[in-house]
Write a new protein. Sequence first.
Length: 179
Amino acid sequence: MRPQVMIRRGRPGRGLAALLSLPVVAAMLTGGCSNDNGNSSSPGFSPGPTTAAAGPDPCQLVTQNDVMQTIAVQVTSGGRIRGRLPGQVGCGYTAMNAPIVVTVAVIPPPGSAELWTSLSTDNAGGTPVEGLGDEAFEKSGVIWARKGETVVNVFVGGMNEKDVKTASTELARIAVSRL
């Protein structure tokens, strides 16, 4: 059984890892989302071009159902997010009746090894997450995980810090298990 989190108003985690997730969230909130048929995934999102990445589809690594079961809230279907890094692709979900956003980003090789080295160095002070891929850490509620040469980032925003950490970790476990 997956852990479910209670929704309480609070500030999501902050820090460098959260800042690194902002381009993904910003892309989603500024119209970089569309579902696979090119239609907007939720009100306020405009269709954006989607380019298939060489890596796994993040909307398949963490599905709409996975998100709803983990945070216990109805969410939109996954919308593709254009990544800012070479090969990066993301998937975003927004809660229908709560200010909650979930993003899952995948950075496949090449380039993921250099990114991981940079993230690991830049995020000194992050907390290692055992049993999640080959390596993983959490900082400010953002989970970064590496399995093989693929890097996954999971960000949950709009919940209190404890629930963000719980939900992010569970969704990252799901994503890594499907790599």
